[in-house]
Design a protein around this ligand. Structure first.
Ligand SMILES: [Zn+2]
Ligand SMILES: [Zn+2]
Length: 112
């Protein structure tokens, strides 16, 4: 089984065509909306005011591994383990375990 423990291994994964394909599929599946914001009942953008394409540009979205890649490499490409979130929620999601001292830890991670 593949491992994604080192930065290099992760980089390779996030750089793979397989991931890039799946990532856009997941975003499409999730309607290009942050699932976490949705759960919290936020509507970030007034959809009447922006075209769909403008709206997509306004929010930076990442596809997040619910169970982390590092600990669950077998779920790396499992659609049920993936969801679309905005950068803000993504930082919160990971920041929760690490505290506020490393806010940029994941900045270069799943965006690839
Ligand atoms: Zn969000
Ligand atoms: Zn994540």
């Amino acid at each position: 089984m593949k491992e994604y423990k080192t930065k290099e291994q992760k980089r390779k994964f996030y750089d793979s065509g397989e991931w890039k394909q799946l990532r856009s599929k997941i975003k499409k599946r999730d309607n290009y909306e942050c699932q976490e914001c949705k759960r919290n009942g936020f509507v970030r953008i007034d959809t009447n005011e922006y075209s769909e394409s403008a709206r997509r540009k306004k929010i930076q979205l990442v596809v997040h591994h619910i169970k982390e890649l590092e600990h669950h490499p077998e779920l790396a490409l499992d659609e049920d383990n993936l969801e679309t979130v905005c950068v803000d929620c993504h930082n919160k999601e990971h920041g929760r375990d690490f505290g506020k001292k490393q806010p940029n830890k994941w900045q270069h991670d799943e965006k690839w």
